[in-house]
Ligand binder design. Structure first.
Ligand code: ADE
Length: 228
């Protein structure tokens, strides 16, 4: 049976999954909690990595080395960066990249890739899970997710990121998770629901929608696990 690694950055983002999980063991490694058990009959390692790329990378490598996960699903919230993307919509990662890394410098480094592709089968599973959702109003999109070390709440920075990367949304972990998964040949997908529009009003919107968006995204993961 496959072992599925599921990650969220904040407790809020994994709460629904943790509540649905039959936990057989709980280990703390490098400060991260790893819940070992089953969700909907699937063997799962569920973890909360904290905010930011270093936390995400470290937590991902442990999932792979110590727990031998066969694939990784990241669930959580994000800031919308596309005209068609509205609050509470779900984004499935076609691919991920960093918005705060200078490509010109990185290209001279060994071995550097700019984009990390989500796994085709996991993407298909996630898209089907969106279609199956009870909430018939749910809008979902396949698109690029960009990550960086800051909460984007600025019209000018938003414009710059949109011009350079044409992303659907921004968050702070997905590219690091995708990067580590990719160099270990582990399939991954990032699933995010929109809590704000990464603009000057982002903080207010985030506070209002973080819980509902986090649950939206976790519900898609739950649907994926039901269809596996
Ligand atoms: N997560 C949710 N909203 C975000 C934003 N605007 N910037 C970065 N990460 C986010």
């Amino acid at each position: 049976m496959k072992i599925i690694g599921i990650m969220g950055a904040m407790d809020l983002e994994i709460k629904l999954l943790r509540d649905k999980m039959n936990v057989s063991n709980n280990e703390k490694v490098a400060g991260f909690n790893y819940y070992i058990g089953e969700i909907e009959g699937n063997q799962v390692i569920l973890t909360c990595c904290g905010v930011g790329k270093v936390n995400a990378a470290s937590c991902t490598q442990i999932l792979i080395d110590r727990y031998g996960v066969d694939c990784i699903i990241n669930t959580g919230i994000a800031g919308g960066l596309h005209n068609n993307v509205k609050i509470c919509d779900v984004i499935i990662s076609d691919n991920v990249t960093y918005h705060d890394v200078r490509k010109a410098q990185m290209k001279s480094c060994f071995p550097y890739k700019e984009f990390f592709d989500g796994d085709k089968e996991l993407i298909e599973l996630a898209l089907n899970a969106c279609k199956l959702n009870n909430n018939s109003d749910l809008n979902y999109h396949l698109g690029r997710i960009v990550s960086g070390e800051s909460f984007v709440s600025d019209d000018n920075l938003k414009k710059k990121i949109v011009e350079e990367y044409s992303p659907h949304c921004v968050e702070m972990e997905g590219a690091a998770i995708g990067h580590v998964a990719n160099i270990n040949d582990v399939p991954f997908v990032i699933i995010r629901s929109i809590s704000d529009n990464a603009d000057n009003e982002a903080t207010m919107s985030y506070e209002k929608f973080e819980k509902i968006s986090a649950e939206n995204s976790a519900n898609i993961v739950l649907n994926m696990l039901r269809t596996l």
